[in-house]
Design a protein around this ligand. Sequence first.
Ligand code: IZC
Ligand code: ZN
Length: 424
Amino acid sequence: MICNSDLLIKNIGMLATPVGNSAKGGKEQGHIELIEDAFIAVKDGVITDVGKANNLMDFEPSENTKLIDAGGNLVTPGLVDPHTHLVFSGWRQKELSLKLKGVKYLDILKMGGGILETVEKTRRASLEELISNGMKALDCMLEYGTTTCEAKSGYGLNLEDEIKSLVAIKELNRLHPVDVVPTFMGAHAVPVEYRENKKEYIRLIVEEMIPTVAREGLAEFCDVFCEEGVFEIEESRYILECAKVHGLVPKIHADEITPIGGARLAAEVGALSAEHLIYATDDGIRAMAKARTIAVLLPGTSFYLGESFARARTMIEEGVPVALATDFNPGSSPTESLQLIMNLACLKYRMTPEEVLTAVTLNAAASVKRATTVGTIEVGKQADIVIWDAPDLDFIFYHYGVNLVRTVIKKGKVVFQRNGNERK
Ligand SMILES: O=C(O)CC1=NCN=C1
Ligand SMILES: [Zn+2]
């Protein structure tokens, strides 16, 4: 329906979008719709028509229709970042020199650094500071094309500071144009005060934190750092089974640093997604395929930690739907740029541009239960749209290390516009 639209985007050189309301695996992951010389009509923040421009011939926009000329450029759905540790205080740039000397991530954690250093600073931070830090990061994500992101707690590690983090996430979702989806992650690490009494900390998580978070509606998901020396398989299972009882949907940081069997556990507990999966075994991948667990892969973390890269091609060939995320956090992936993640997914995972587009839109949306509202450019979906400074899809994977976003539209409103390339 074009006639009563309040926004019309025309002169779209190439419109590229996946199709549907659920995650795509296997060959389907690479099936996207391409429309050359296209238009998109929007009314009240919802897409009302999409098609080839020649259908527009007789359309006369009313005076309250905003017209955007896409300049013959590529247009895609707004990007979805389904795995971030958005709320924290304090960066950890000094760990870089340790990493360059070969000090391992888990060794830094064992020395009381890493996550635990961020926990100390986040506990001291006020709610206002956490919100201010989050707004800055969301501004950067938006400029790079992200219109929806997930955000985990996990740097509080006690009831009061986990609630403070989740309240910050709720406020960020209210204040910022980017939609922010909350995940509780009290099982991110064992805090120093429980170092000698891990069982008691796990009791605190399942008997106090999860019931409170669920009762106050502060999270949709519960995530666990299932890793050797952090939360082992049976500890992770126990926490996630308790989370399910309280209506939180399970997610798992799985097989990030050692192959302890997190992928198989994700399938067994019915997790919506398993994340990292660098060391996922064939058995774990097959179990995920059978359970339709979504793989959320984090190539930025592999790149930054100097780790191997997850076997994305095996997962796609086994039918596991693959999504991609930044894993934005101050320790293992300090970047807000989903564009960098898209480049790495092509160059290091050998995913095709079409597979990657699905991974950062529809599949990413499905991994945070938003695939019925965002993730594609189709009639009825929310008008979250990116206009790129690129002629076609291949270009945004080829021209890397720069921000190629020209315009970001959120719920039918322009929320970011690059100021053009005027030379001074
Ligand atoms: O290091 C951090 O702060 C974030 C992280 N959690 C699990 N892996 C990395
Ligand atoms: Zn993470």
